[in-house]
Design a protein around this ligand. Structure first.
Ligand code: AMP
Length: 581
């Protein structure tokens, strides 16, 4: 909190969608926000109509909707009219293959146009879209398809063969696999079906409370949770895009998040398109020169990225920026993990504007706390609640949650329930869902403080979930995969701080009798975990232990493992049963 506030010049406010935070907040109502979207006759709604079709109907069909840059650097453009045709075709393909309203269509793909067309076409047909991260290994893919009852998957031949094929007999609900390239047994090739399909489709009019999206988020103690979002959420996607990212129609916008995670859907597909911007999609992974080239050549106006990437750009130094012209950039934002104050200041010094940190999570569906184009930025703070959102710091006691109003009191970050993009349930896990609420507050699982100006400061998570390079990882999922190795008796998984990725996954493993720690076994375990979980989730480091600290009920005390690893106080260990010998 020592880094000086970055005071916005008046010019930063002119032209912004919101020019005075307090006044806008006082006047705001979600009904007004809902009035900014079209809707369909008889109170119906469809996110795809708001994202694509309405812009074509309003005469913007020729505007660029999506520019795809493939790995080799070639660009392919899709106008709004083309996206309408393609999503109509995809919706017709789903129908022709027997997929009806409410069926669940998953994607498992790198960033290619087919993924975006499938996402929007699925929603257009009234099916539920569920993205999977393409760097997941077979186990996370299986659990998410099983819990969500996935009926169809859109993927590539390579990903299918490596990750999905071996799971098919364990996924009875999965009827259809669409391959965007190549061929494989028991799959259909998407391209000829798309060619043959009509480009006219009557969009499925949805009740606003019907499900549109299913996202998975990790759990600390159990399987991943299926987070259900409905069509009505689009009002929040649209408005948060306008206010927190300051999106204007016609902007060139680049969201670097992968659509396998919620940011890549809410702000990599829906919010930008409902705001009628032109999106840049880069198929390639992070690369300093490529990113700077893309920002300059594509004349990006609004850029939404993440702390790990920003820290990697900072590491590359000012030399990498030399000779680039970023004069088209108007607004830069960051999300997903704590953004260190130095990164905000670095943005200000090198791009002439700070990175605007904002905070939200899979469950909230959209940005809840943000730094705005019109407001001063306190480096290191997540900013202030969105208009329409009441945030607080609460303490949860036996009487439930109560707000701590004194400035800088530390407690759990909580939100007053009731905005349009709030999750409607954890799929088939009512009890877990109900536990998120107390005395009218939604409890986020994060620890935070609010200062006397109403800015929120992230302190840490109150659970054991790990944020590595922006990906939320559940220790239970990693522990379960390690336990499947024949030599492993127990596993405890924690996040340890790391300079670039924020945290990395570290596992402690106790072996079954008859097994001895060795370098070979370590390598074997690492390989086993990567194969099962994929590189994004597998531990980066594994350590052998004779025994792991456990509670009397047999639960591994991750907190204690972490405290010991980091040399922190061990806290309350009264429930400790067994310990390392
Ligand atoms: P996910 O549901 O995967 O999007 O992860 C949400 C979690 O990421 C939050 O509950 C926080 O723990 C963390 N997170 C998201 N944005 C921020 C931020 N701006 N600062 C600190 N942590 C963040």
């Amino acid at each position: 909190m020592k880094t000086p506030t970055i005071v916005k010049p008046d010019t930063a406010k002119s032209g912004a969608n919101m020019t005075d935070y307090d006044a806008f907040r006082a006047d705001f109502s979600w009904d007004d926000a809902r009035a900014l979207i079209d809707g369909l006759p008889d109170g119906k709604l469809n996110i795809c109509h708001e994202a694509i079709d309405r812009h074509v109907a309003a005469g913007h069909g020729d505007q660029l909707a999506l520019r795809w840059i493939d790995k080799a650097g070639n660009r392919t453009d899709f106008t709004y009219a083309e996206m309408q045709r393609q999503t109509n075709k995809f919706a017709n393909v789903l129908r022709a293959r027997g997929l009806q309203k409410g069926d669940r269509v998953y994607s498992l793909h790198g960033r290619v146009p087919e993924l975006y067309i499938a996402a929007l076409g699925t929603i257009k047909a009234g099916c539920v879209f569920c993205p999977l991260f393409s760097a997941f290994g077979p186990e996370p893919i299986h659990s998410r398809l099983e819990i969500g009852g996935g009926n169809a998957v859109v993927t590539s031949a390579r990903l299918y063969k490596r990750k999905l094929k071996g799971l098919r007999d364990r996924l009875p609900a999965l009827r259809e696999v669409f391959l965007t390239d190549g061929e494989a047994e028991d799959c259909v090739h998407l391209a000829p079906l798309m060619d043959a399909a009509s480009d006219a489709f009557d969009i499925e009019p949805m009740d606003p409370e019907e499900t549109a999206l299913l996202h998975f988020t990790s759990g600390t103690t159990g399987k991943p949770k299926g987070v259900v979002h409905v069509h009505a959420a689009v009002a929040a996607h649209h408005t948060t895009g306008r206010l927190a990212l300051d999106l204007h129609p016609g902007d060139t916008y680049w969201c670097t998040a992968d659509p396998g995670w919620v940011t890549g859907t809410s702000y990599g597909i829906i919010a930008p398109l409902t705001n009628r911007v032109s999106m840049i999609i880069d198929e390639a992974e992070f690369d300093v020169d490529r990113w700077y080239d893309t920002l300059e050549r594509e004349k990006v106006n609004v850029w939404y990225t993440a702390p790990t990437a920003i820290r990697m750009l900072m590491k590359a130094g000012a030399g990498a920026m030399e000779g680039h012209d970023f004069s088209n950039l108007r607004f830069m934002a960051s999300v997903g993990e704590p953004l260190n104050p130095e990164a905000v200041v670095w943005g200000n010094e090198n791009f002439g504007m700070p990175f605007h940190d904002n905070w939200w999570q899979t469950e909230t569906g959209g940005i809840m706390i943000a730094n705005y184009a019109c407001a001063d930025v306190k480096p290191g703070s997540m900013g202030r609640p969105m208009p329409g959102i009441q945030a607080g710091v609460v303490e949860v006691t036996d009487e439930g949650a109560h707000e701590l109003t004194e400035p800088l009191a530390m407690g759990e970050l909580a939100l007053r329930a009731g905005w349009p993009s709030m999750m409607r349930m954890y799929l088939n896990q009512e009890e877990r869902y109900n536990k998120c609420f107390s005395n009218g507050w939604y409890l986020t699982g994060d620890q935070a403080m609010r200062d006397s100006d109403g800015y929120f400061w992230f302190v840490g998570r109150s659970d054991d979930l790990i944020k590595s390079a922006g990906h939320l990882i559940g220790p239970f999922e990693v522990e379960s995969a390690l336990m499947e190795h024949a030599a492993v008796a127990e596993a405890g998984v924690i996040g340890v701080p790391e300079e670039t990725a924020g945290e990395i996954v570290k596992a402690f493993v106790a072996l079954k009798p008859g097994n001895e720690p060795s370098d070979d076994l370590l390598l074997d375990l690492m390989g086993h975990a990567r194969k099962k979980l994929g590189p994004a989730v597998a531990p980066k480091s594994i350590e052998f232990r004779t025994n792991l600290p456990k509670t009397r009920s047999g639960k591994i005390m991750r907190r204690l493992l972490k405290a010991r690893e980091l040399g922190l106080p061990e806290g309350d260990i009264s429930t400790l049963e067994s310990d390392e010998s």
